[in-house]
Design a protein around this ligand. Sequence first.
Ligand code: SF4
Length: 367
Amino acid sequence: MSDTEFSTDQTDKTEQLRARLLDWFYRDRRNLPWRGEISPYRVWISEVMLQQTQVVTVIPYYERFLEAFPTLTDLALASLDDVLKVWEGLGYYARARNLHNAARKMVEKWDGDLPDNYVDLLSLPGFGHYTAGAVASIAFGEVVPAVDGNVKRVIARLFAIESSVKQGEGAVQVQNIATELVDPQQPGDWTETLIEFGALICLPRSPRCPDCPVQDLCQARQRGLENTLPVRASKKPLPHYDVTAAVIRRPDDDERLLIAQRPPDGMLGGLWEFPGGKRQLDESLPECLRREIREELGVEIEVGEPLVTVKHSYTHFKITLYAYHCRLVSGDPQALQVADWRWVTLAELDTYAFPRTDEKIIKALHQ
Ligand code: SF4
């Protein structure tokens, strides 16, 4: 086969893939609150929320977020505490901090609008290649790809890429194919099509090949590789840590509990919590708690009865969190290794944003 014949075949396949997948999308797409949305601000919020999070989980958060911050300027003018409170429970809190930070930069530099192109979007906090590509194509019609894990999987199967698509040569191959595939007439619809196709038909496990509109063009299907591609690296078990948390009552008013705010940078930054931390080797749980509270807040406590034990998995590790009732023995709290601290009543806890683990401690306190 000559180069010309090869490239004609490829062009033909690209056109067929675009036409059939777009047809499928226009016919079978789900009716989602952000679908058909042309407000760049709304496109951006939905794309950020959908990273690492299922559609059904996102819908109520998306609606609540837009009610609280209807415009980009409203978001920029809000306090980070208010943004985190609305985000509470959605996880991956760096996304909320980056949204807030990026909104402020857009007000400073772009008069309260999103910049209308991939390169400028990519310069903002929280915009990686995927988010910049998705917003640029969906909201501004720029002919750029948006490659996330779903799109990598779909392309790995359609083109039978047998090396890892997460990095190296396989990742470059996916990026090149994704760039070639973007429909120049409807780049935004094309971005949504690939995402929807990965979510409804070319599923991570057990792809629905008999219902697939491009099964005759799919090289993985033709070679019986649809259930083995993309190749998966064997997963190492996640490390596990024991973590403690203290529910400390104020000596002169035992209705008030001590909460601390995590430093703004780093994991769960800016959220409030019952203070405590990771157990060190050969340390008992009460010893760990006394040390952590001394280091973080400069006070001495007496550790009492256990309150609740919470198991939780994060992306890179798992924890078992042991919460204890505690009493302040000496000292006044100081923000040594925390951003801030407060004495609050059980009812007032509702106005602060907590991670999911601490929400379970609050639930136990209400019982
Ligand atoms: S035939 Fe199967 S594996 Fe191939 S694209 Fe369609 S759903 Fe995915």
